[in-house]
Design a protein around this ligand. Structure first.
Ligand code: C5P
Length: 398
């Protein structure tokens, strides 16, 4: 971020009639305190003179790779300056070039050089947009983590009807702000999250529990709060502080967790059950510490009873709530998650691959979000990014 106070979005502009909407995208971004800098392709300059973007952004507009004599590696400095690189509008040609790694002008070179999140708002004639190769190219970029703001259907500048009209500026700005961590798309919503392990007492000093760190649930609560929701977090014992702006309730056992969840469930819009709830608890915890010698028999034969399944209980009581559960799996991840989706009555199951390192104390996670309409796979991502991806899924952003 070159400007210490404002996030910077570098906007690549390609040659397409939808370019007139780019001006509105810039204006809306500026209203939200974002600094915009523009790179244009030569074809884009055929539609609009760079003076337009220079005047709007009050920044130099870059076109040629070697235009700026004071900056011999212009594409690298622009790539580094970007907190997000957005291409608005993006032709099928430029999408194809980026999908193949072609870098033959300032815009495509910057796309390859940047490590910032990339947002692409495609626009094209319906046949060009729907062409199999164009779809495949968009899928390839999406699979690499590019946020694609799909074109809409309607009347096109060429006179045809169909998909290809660039998304509305407000939707493009929302996608860019989401990548900047500035999205407020959960404003007015209430979100309940469970996190961490539960601990089930054996006696006053011993308990049954698991290795959950609570990090995933806490990131979900933080993401919801960042995006404007009122958030209730019910967590088992973890070594994490209360997230700012989140009403946090600390519990110990599964029964206490269910009790805390029941108090809030009715009023929430989204409930995410990320806690690793102990499946069993000792039937009758001893009131005094069990001794190795004299109580050896009791210690060797702790009778267990099943804990309530909080997710299933609440999912079967839901009215308007979107209910999300987690499933840690080592194999047949998607099939197991789909089975859990049905048996628990959830709207989504986030299946995480528990590989050799496990997902419990890690800072990142590799997930597939399984819903009634299909699955969405994500590469290994920081847990904060997984949390945002989950809310994007729920809100149907992608
Ligand atoms: O059945 P399993 O434990 O694999 O399901 C995991 C999902 O169910 C998680 O979302 C977890 O939070 C939830 N769960 C629950 N109460 C239980 C057990 C699991 O809410 N007793």
């Amino acid at each position: 971020m070159s400007d210490s106070n404002r996030p910077t979005v570098v906007i690549g502009v390609t040659g397409c009639v939808a370019i007139y909407k780019t001006c509105e995208v810039i204006r809306l971004l500026q209203k939200r305190g974002v600094r915009a800098k523009v790179i244009m392709t030569q074809h884009a300059c055929g539609f609009i003179d760079p003076t337009m973007f220079r005047s709007l952004t009050r920044e130099p507009v870059a076109v040629g790779l070697f235009d700026d004599p004071s900056d011999p590696i212009h594409h690298i400095s622009l790539a580094k300056e970007a907190d997000v690189f957005a291409i608005v509008p993006c032709t099928v040609n430029v999408i194809a070039k980026i999908a193949c790694g072609i870098a033959d002008d300032l815009l495509t070179t910057t796309a390859l050089a940047t490590i910032a999140p990339i947002v692409i708002a495609p626009a094209a004639n319906v046949n060009m947009y729907e062409a199999r190769v164009s779809k495949e190219n968009r899928d390839r970029l999406r699979a690499r983590g590019v946020r694609m703001v799909e074109a809409e259907s309607g009347y096109l500048a060429c006179g045809d009807e169909g998909r290809g009209r660039m998304a509305e500026p407000a939707d493009i700005v929302e996608a860019i702000c989401a990548e900047l961590g500035m999205s407020r798309d959960l404003e007015g919503k209430k979100v309940l999250v469970t996190a961490g392990p539960t601990v089930e007492p054996v006696d006053p000093v011993r308990y049954l529990s698991n290795r959950s760190s609570g990090k995933m649930g806490f990131e979900i609560a933080k993401a919801a709060a960042r995006r404007g929701a009122e958030v209730f977090l019910v967590t088992g014992p973890v070594a994490l502080g209360d997230p700012a702006g989140v009403e946090t309730v600390r519990v110990e056992t599964a029964c206490e967790m269910l009790d805390a969840v029941e108090r809030r469930f009715e009023e929430v819009d989204i409930a995410v059950f990320a806690a690793a709830v102990a499946d069993m608890r000792p039937a009758t915890p001893a009131s005094r510490k069990l001794k190795k010698g004299s109580d050896a028999d009791a210690l060797a034969r702790i009778e267990l009873v099943e804990n309530p399944d909080i997710l299933a209980t609440m999912a079967h009581r839901k009215s308007r709530q979107v209910v999300v559960g987690f499933a840690a799996e080592t194999d047949d991840v998607v099939e197991n998650a789909r089975r859990k989706l049905r048996s628990k009555g959830a709207d989504y199951i986030v299946a995480n691959f528990v590989g050799e390192g496990g997902a419990f104390d890690a800072d990142d996670n590799e997930v597939v979000v399984v819903g009634a309409d299909g699955d969405r796979s994500y590469p290994r991502l920081p847990k904060a990014a997984v949390a945002d991806a989950l809310f994007d899924c729920i809100l149907g952003d992608r």
